[in-house]
Design a protein around this ligand. Structure first.
Ligand SMILES: Cc1ncc(COP(=O)(O)O)c(C=O)c1O
Length: 484
């Protein structure tokens, strides 16, 4: 314990031209010597005064360096016996071996935090985001939050935001609910997770739309449910098929407002049949309202949860499409009878995300920016959709417009996944249609083209790139290449 200081073990180089403060330079030198064993446990460091004189720095500079090392539990003060190297400092950092850990959503997203390309799904118009307003509201919310008492936040989300969402849902989606039925989440996926936990349906079967959002299918499998694909036609989900295939399913997950990816609205008869099945079988309907009232064809159909007297619908909303996925905010509306249960699950397992973003969003809604922004986005997307319609190569067979997207059909045998993988080389990012099908190999191939980021100056280039990609005679050869 009493090993003396051996100046020869530690070579200090103080470089005043560096931007690194001198205190940090001293700390780094000593930390390295302690971690690599040149300074052993128990060894006494020179006094502040001695080391300061040796290095030609102020005494306070050395003191601050020793305090930083003490904060890291590498040294301790032994009173009159000076500062010593701690007996059991943290072990040496483990060398991290280079390994290839596959990133999540590899088959669905070309990467994260990348600038969106024309036709890319899931991202709103980059040029129309109300950045200045949002920055101002965020700043104000950060300041208010920093000054407020730091108590425990409501795990269901900030009451001010839940009240705003409840008021907004009544106007835009026809849902009449109490703010305590609303639980804030980080988006659709988080809302689905909260819902599955609250319903306690692990191990059961779940209807999913076919074609339908691939994320939902995989999410259910990860959560321990068995997805049962149910066909979709021009009136939406074939409820009769679902009843035949899995009458005892615990839950049906649907996009009734604008089916993803076809864009069809669930017909009134099918709505009735779905709710009747859920009531009869004591099952639940999860409404994925990802586009909210971003309906380009006119006024959006009311939400399924707007007319649910039996309380079988769990409504999941998100601000990803209506504002931006970078907000990381969405919400769940629980039926009245389940509101306490959802609140409990939020409280113990799934608390609402970041308070300051919630407060900023409450102001965004409360000050009228949200409805104004939605109106603006509808006009913009309608224009972009019409521009695409007018400009797209007539040789490409496209469906009528669906939601914020257009579906381009490809000749049988072409590999839409391989084409979509190649597309970013041409500066576009369409999504393969087959991955939306439960059995991709049996599906008609196609490309889903989102219009949100189709700015006029880039339209010609994007359409030319798409035509080149689709007409590529080697489309089938690409499949062979990728398969090999
Ligand atoms: C059908 C569907 N549901 C939900 C979402 C939104 O999910 P999140 O809120 O996790 O961004 C998307 C996004 O692309 C979608 O296509």
């Amino acid at each position: 314990m009493n090993a003396p200081w051996d100046a020869g073990r530690v070579a200090f180089t103080i470089d005043r031209s560096q931007s690194t403060p001198i205190t940090a330079q001293i700390t780094t030198t000593l930390r390295c010597a302690i971690l690599d064993g040149r300074l052993r446990p128990g060894m006494r460091l020179p006094s502040w005064l001695d080391l300061a004189a040796q290095l030609g720095v102020a005494r306070g500079t050395v003191k601050a360096a020793y305090e930083a090392l003490a904060d890291e539990l590498l040294v301790f003060s032994a009173g009159a016996a000076g500062t010593r190297v701690a007996e059991r400092g943290p072990s040496r950092p483990v060398e991290v071996k280079p390994v290839d850990i596959p990133r999540p959503l590899q088959d669905l997203e070309r990467g994260f935090s990348l600038r969106p390309l024309p036709f890319q799904m899931g991202v709103p118009a980059q040029d129309a985001f109300p950045a200045k307003i949002w920055a101002r509201l965020r700043t104000r919310a950060c300041r208010a939050n920093a000054m407020a008492p730091h108590g425990i936040s409501d795990p269901r989300g900030e009451p001010a935001l839940r009240a705003q969402i409840a008021a907004n849902l009544a106007i835009t989606r026809g849902i009449c609910c109490h703010p305590d039925q609303i639980i804030l989440t980080s988006g659709y996926k988080n809302g689905l997770c909260l819902t599955l936990l609250a319903l306690g349906v692990q191990g059961r079967r779940a209807w999913v739309e076919d074609p339908g959002y691939p994320v939902t299918r995989s999410a259910l499998e990860i959560a321990g449910l068995t997805p049962v694909p149910v066909a979709v036609d021009m009136k939406g989900l074939r409820v009769d098929h679902g009843v035949r295939a899995a009458p005892d399913a615990a839950v049906a997950i649907v996009t009734p407002g604008q089916q993803a990816p076809t864009g069809v609205t669930l017909s009134p008869e099918r709505r009735g049949a779905l709710l009747a099945w859920a009531t009869r079988e004591d099952a639940w309907v999860v409404e994925d309202d990802y586009l909210s009232e971003l309906q380009l064809g006119g006024r959006a159909a009311p939400a399924l949860a707007a007319d649910d007297p039996a309380g079988r619908v769990i409504h999941i909303g998100t601000f990803s499409k209506t504002i931006s996925p970078t907000l990381g905010l969405g919400f769940v509306v629980a039926p009245l009878a389940l509101a306490a249960r959802f609140g409990q699950v939020a409280g113990y397992l799934n608390p609402a995300p970041n308070v300051t973003t919630q407060l900023a969003l409450a102001d965004f809604l409360g000050d009228g920016h949200f409805l104004r922004h939605l109106r603006h986005m509808k006009e913009l997307y309608r224009q972009r959709r019409d521009d695409l319609h007018a400009r797209i190569d007539p040789a490409i067979a496209v469906d009528s417009f669906a939601g914020l997207t257009v579906i381009a059909h490809l000749p049988k045998g072409s590999d839409d996944v391989a084409l979509a993988r190649r597309a970013p080389e041409l500066g576009i990012a369409p999504c393969p249609l087959s991955v939306w099908h439960a059995r991709p190999s049996e599906a008609q191939p196609g490309l889903v083209l989102c219009v949100t980021n189709l700015r006029k100056p880039a339209l010609d280039k994007a359409c030319d790139a798409l035509a080149a990609l689709v007409k590529e005679p080697g489309a089938a050869a690409v499949r062979a290449q990728v398969a090999a």
